[in-house]
Design a protein around this ligand. Structure first.
Ligand code: GLA
Length: 744
């Protein structure tokens, strides 16, 4: 279908409220019930087809809705699924059961949570479409607009389908074409009906230094609602949900995954209506009055990303990973191996001494580091976290000759140089704040809530972003800097500008500032960090290249953090560092073997005092870096396969797409009651192919009797045996890990 506006066109039967009856017209006549058959109109459906899934969207007069999303079936069958949903009204219910549309409206009679809530001084609350057009349609995208001509309100649903990954991107644009200024209270990015048997909700929550923890609940009648009101994506509420059956596992069964790509406030809804239907809705949580549309103005929602898998949860993640790798990340970054990082934070904190940093750079180069990142503490007055933010000038009291000598030294060792910044923040104890106390977000008459001694700059003010861009641009122009770690270290409690809430505008302004820096310095890579993983989402990832997964480098906690994050993020964007022997955050002491085995499955790095390591530790770390580099392309481009693991272990694989090669990681995070671990059964291999097993980790006997792995080392065995019988791992101490390589 050409990209042009078409009136709704194929023959369907609808009732007077626009409810579709997808039966062929002649059948509709015979089988009519209270839910159908009043008029016949022209309607159009949109069919997206992927390798194993498909979606059918009906552009009905009542507004577009997803008629079918699931296993790939022919379009004719997908059309008929609507008929399979037909049911007579239950006793005591209205004669019309309004559908779950891409944006359900209350005025249509929908009694679940609406997708759109707005008003103009109490009027214009009853918005309802009276015309629908398919404005654009292709095999990979569509735009469907509806209009409420009584109020002059237009709503456009935009869908972009990625057939290769099976990920649908959906958003809405709301335009006020009426005379009155309307206040938008809620405009969801999209609402998706989910089959009633997929009523087990997995959400991802957490706190500082323990992000991406999984939580499961069986959806009761009513709604699971989770919000972030912190002005950022947040540690507490990752904007993603998985809907599955009780029997869905990593390897089989049906599941939907949904994620909102947005770095401000959000609301996630999984609602079971009392008639058993389920909808998932996500969108930006709008503060009172923060989006008001005058005539001609438009509100653009963030994007909701969704995917379906009939082959379990790992496949769902593989879909999202393929999407991120091929659609979200920049080509310039995709085509280059991710360099191994050294980050100075946990080695020196604010104690910056150029001599010492150069020594650390020497050590970093020795263990194979490819990028040296100078963290917090290099700029004016920043001797602790109470001062300096905002003054983005090299502190000459610490670096008398500027950053040049350190950067030259790092470059001479063959490493790239990266720099930490936190542009959105200011310490009251800074020259910037003293000069411009009015540049911060605030609520007049209310004292700010202290948080890490810093306030949030108001990026909706052009003079603020002009200053920040000038500083970042100058640093990147004057120095050979390949990478920025862009941090954001507090919640925003008083997101006000001139008395009005502006989180929405602030979030867009952050994106725009990052883009401006990117446009000026396209080769500079940018990491999104917010006290660890509090700004990890596809919204920010569309403007950045890496995510700092968590401030916790505790390898045991990291196993669960990285497992949770792997639902939506591929390993190449997840920063994973080897931390100090005794974790600074949890106090847990872990071997270098365990720390390195955990970090090498992400975008690997390290942030410990390299001068303090024992010789053995340095050797082990270097070996781990070598192994990471050797298998980097597999780790970063392969399919993640999370193996169903008992509570005391975390097992997963990274398998090449051609099934010729895989890495298997088995981490024993806790204590086992049985004498011996269960057989480890693999997945995702070619049953008919023979694989050679090699034990790549650990390389010393720390907590694992290596000779008990001898029987596996070098063995050749079929994929069928590895998947159906599995293999016996040795008794391992808690907090140890084994990594195997399989090649055909
Ligand atoms: C945040 C980051 C850390 C580090 C510090 C520096 O907490 O998450 O990695 O950069 O800030 O202040």
């Amino acid at each position: 279908m050409a990209a042009q506006e078409t009136l709704v066109s194929s023959l369907v039967t609808v009732n007077h409220r626009g409810q579709i009856d997808p039966r062929p017209k002649e059948m509709a006549g015979r089988l009519g019930n209270k839910h159908s058959n009043q008029t016949v109109c022209m309607a159009e459906d949109i069919y997206f087809e992927g390798t194993s899934t498909c979606i059918l969207i009906a552009a009905e007069q009542g507004g577009p809705r997803i008629l079918y999303w699931g296993k790939k079936i022919p379009i004719e069958d997908a059309r008929l699924t609507g008929m399979m949903h037909q049911r007579a009204p239950a006793a005591g219910t209205p004669s019309i059961e309004e559908s779950i549309r891409l944006s359900p409206t209350m005025a249509s009679g929908f009694v679940g949570m609406p997708g759109l809530e707005m008003h103009a001084d109490g009027q214009v609350w009853d918005v309802l479409p009276d015309s629908v057009v398919v404005a654009e349609q292709s095999a990979k995208s569509a735009s469907i607009r509806w209009r409420d001509s009584r109020h002059g309100i237009d709503l456009e649903a935009r869908l972009t389908w990625c057939p290769e990954s099976g990920v649908l991107a959906l958003d809405h644009r709301l335009t006020n074409d009426g005379d009155r200024c309307v206040t938008v209270d809620w405009c969801c990015a999209g609402a998706v009906p989910v089959s009633s048997h997929l009523d087990l909700v997995t959400s991802f929550h957490g706190r500082w230094a323990l992000e991406f923890q999984q939580n499961q609940l069986s959806l009761p009648t009513g709604a699971f609602v989770r919000e972030s009101r912190r002005g950022r994506t947040s540690h507490a509420s990752f904007p993603g949900l998985v809907m599955q059956e009780g029997c869905t596992s990593e390897s089989q069964g049906e599941a939907f995954g949904f994620h909102l790509g947005w770095s401000g406030n959000h609301r996630l809804i999984a609602e079971k209506l009392n008639d058993g239907r389920i909808q998932v809705q996500m969108g930006e949580l709008l503060l009172p009055g923060e989006v008001r549309l005058e005539r001609g103005e438009t509100y653009q929602t963030p994007t909701l990303y969704g995917s379906y898998s009939a082959e379990g949860l790992s496949k769902l993640s593989q879909n999202f990973h393929d999407f991120v790798r091929t659609k979200l990340l920049r080509e310039v970054v995709r085509s280059k191996p991710r360099p191994v990082h050294y980050n100075t934070w946990e080695a020196v904190y604010f104690d910056h001494r150029p001599e010492r940093l150069m020594q650390l750079a020497n050590k970093a180069a020795e263990v194979g580091v490819e990028r040296f990142v100078l963290d917090d503490g290099w700029f004016l007055g920043r001797r602790n976290d109470a001062a300096g933010l905002g003054d983005w000038f090299v502190d000459l009291a610490i670096y008398p000759d500027g950053l040049g000598p350190l950067i030259d030294h790092v470059r001479s060792l063959g490493m790239e140089f990266g720099l930490w910044v936190e542009p959105e923040m200011v310490n009251p104890d800074s020259d910037l704040y003293r000069a411009h106390p009015g540049w911060v977000l605030s609520a007049p008459g209310i004292e700010q809530i202290p948080s890490r001694n810093q306030l949030v700059l108001d990026l909706t003010k052009a003079e603020v972003t002009a200053y920040l861009f000038e500083r970042l641009d100058a640093l990147l122009t004057e120095h050979d800097i390949a990478y920025l770690k862009w941090d954001m270290n507090r919640d925003i409690h008083h997101p006000g500008n001139d008395g009005q809430a502006v989180t929405h505008r602030q979030t867009l302004a952050v994106y725009e500032l990052i883009e401006r820096v990117r446009r000026a310095h396209p080769l500079v890579e940018i990491e999104s960090c917010a006290s660890g993983g509090a700004r990890a989402d596809y919204g920010v990832l569309a403007h950045t290249d890496r995510i700092w997964t968590s401030d916790s480098n505790d390898a045991i906690d990291r196993q669960s953090i990285q497992r949770g994050a792997s639902f939506f993020f591929p390993s190449l964007v997840l920063g994973a560092h080897v931390g100090p022997r005794t974790c600074h955050i949890t106090g847990r002491m872990l071997s270098m073997e365990m720390r390195a085995a955990t970090a090498l499955f992400g975008h690997m790095g390290m942030e410990l005092d390299l001068a303090e390591m024992t010789e053995d530790e340095a050797k082990t770390l270097k070996n781990a870096v070598d192994i990471h580099k050797k298998h980097r392309s597999l780790i970063h481009s392969g399919d993640v396969i999370r193996l169903d693991s008992p509570k005391y272990a975390n097992a997963f694989m990274m398998a090449s797409k051609d099934q010729n090669e895989a890495l298997v990681s088995y981490a024993q995070v806790g204590t086992r009651a049985a004498t011996t671990p269960e057989l480890l059964r693999l997945r995702g291999l070619n049953a008919k192919q023979s694989y050679q097993l090699n034990v790549v980790w650990p390389q010393t006997d720390v907590g694992v009797a290596l000779d008990q792995l001898d029987h596996l080392n070098g063995m050749k065995v079929s994929g069928a045996v590895l998947m159906s019988v599995g293999m016996q791992l040795p008794a391992m101490n808690p907090e140890t890990a084994v990594i195997l390589h399989l090649s055909s």
